[in-house]
Design a binder for this molecule. Structure first.
Ligand code: PMP
Length: 379
């Protein structure tokens, strides 16, 4: 129950264990092409250009920047935790002048502040962390992307902890890049960087006047490969991770068969009920309001007087694995629960009972079973 890598469906694992074929074998070409087409459907970006590249989510963040940024471009980072800071570092690597709008822990940056900053100078791009995994903060990319459009700025959404679990409508919301990694709500083991790039962003990449300062991540190398596989033709630049892509095809098909809207709705329903259950125990979330709390994960403060190490040890003993804190300023004050992908009601009930078990061991006062009751009442 950590916020990634998540547990994956047995069918996805079976694809990982299949015979590894040649990267130009006809059945693999079909899987690769089909995965690219499924990404467009799940991202709701019928005219976007999908990329499937071997690497982690950070590579997807890196590719979005290295292909669009030219030295001395201005870039705006909306930071709601650890992963905003990472975007600043990546942008600076490619010579951008970076401005960070930093939210207080547990809050988001106001739209007024974002608009004021976008209006103050010409920004090439703005980055938004859809769900910051270090704080459990949910940013709504829609109004921010709209502002970006207004000021002719590209919008990049880091959806690593969100895509396929939180609402996104890339084309309708006019977001230029939505990127993720395979190991979270996409439901595949780690190892794939996934991006969908708008027609507008591809045009800006084509028109750049300086070369891309990255070899492996350059669209120049990968665009022909994606186009070839989508046209069911073999091609080669770097050997694709054959089994991971087969697993991706399986997981994207599961999500697509369920329907992305239904999938997102079930994340919202489970997350709302889970938050109510946690609050019933008197525990507090890191996000200050439910409207800005993620639906893919929850970041929860330990109650006063609870020893974090024994708490997590007791939960593990009960059979549930949770994650500790990640944000450096509050690292030892909170824990994180992932509830994305093919999570079930019983996974959440088991998690709540494990939390109750660990709290009881430390003589925390509450009525046994009340979190599970609140969860069921709010489903
Ligand atoms: N962005 C967010 C919001 C993340 O949660 C993570 C991973 N936890 C990353 C980026 C980086 O992804 P990866 O670890 O796969 O490189």
């Amino acid at each position: 129950m950590i916020p990634g890598p998540i547990e994956v469906e047995p069918a996805v694992l079976r694809a990982m264990g299949e015979v590894t074929t040649s990267h130009v074998a006809p059945n693999f070409i079909e899987s690769f092409g089909n995965s690219l087409e499924l990404m467009r459907k799940i991202w709701l970006a019928p005219n976007g250009q999908p990329f499937i590249i071997a690497g982690s989510g950070t590579l997807a963040m890196d590719m979005a920047v290295c292909n669009l940024i030219e030295p001395n471009d201005n870039a705006l980072v909306i930071s709601t935790g650890y992963f905003g800071e990472r975007y600043k570092n990546i942008l600076e690597t490619y010579g951008a002048n970076v401005t960070v709008l930093q939210a207080d822990i547990g809050s988001t940056v106001s739209l007024e502040l974002i608009e004021k900053e976008l209006a103050s100078k010409s920004y090439k791009l703005v980055t938004i962390t859809h769900v910051d995994t270090s704080t459990g903060i949910l940013n709504n990319p829609k109004p921010i992307a709209k502002l970006a459009k207004k000021y002719k700025t590209l919008s990049i959404v880091d959806g690593v902890c969100a895509t396929a679990g939180e609402e996104t409508n890339q084309e309708n919301w006019e977001i230029d890049i939505v990127l993720t990694g395979s190991q979270k709500a996409i439901g595949v083991p780690p190892g794939l960087a996934l991006l969908v790039v708008s027609e507008n962003a591809m045009k800006i990449w084509k028109e750049r006047t300086t070369p891309v300062q990255n070899y492996y991540g350059s669209f120049t190398n990968w665009l022909p490969i994606m186009q070839a596989y989508e046209n069911r033709k073999p091609s080669y630049f770097g050997t694709p991770p054959v089994n991971l892509i087969k697993a991706l095809e399986v997981s994207l098909s599961i999500i697509n068969n369920e329907g992305i809207t239904n999938r997102v709705q079930s994340h919202i329903s489970y997350a709302c009920a889970f938050r109510k259950a946690i609050q019933k125990l008197g525990l507090h979330l890191v996000p200050k309001h439910d409207e800005i709390a993620a639906n893919t994960m929850s970041a929860i403060y330990y109650p006063e007087g609870i020893d974090p190490t024994s708490f997590r040890k007791d939960i593990a003993e009960y059979g549930v694995i949770l994650a500790g804190g990640l944000h450096p300023e509050i690292k030892n004050l909170y824990f994180r629960v992932g509830h994305m992908g093919s999570i079930t009601k019983s996974d959440l009930v088991a998690t709540l009972s494990a939390i109750e078990f660990a709290l009881k061991k430390q003589n925390y006062t509450f009525i046994s079973g009340e979190s599970v009751g609140a969860f069921l009442d709010n489903l």
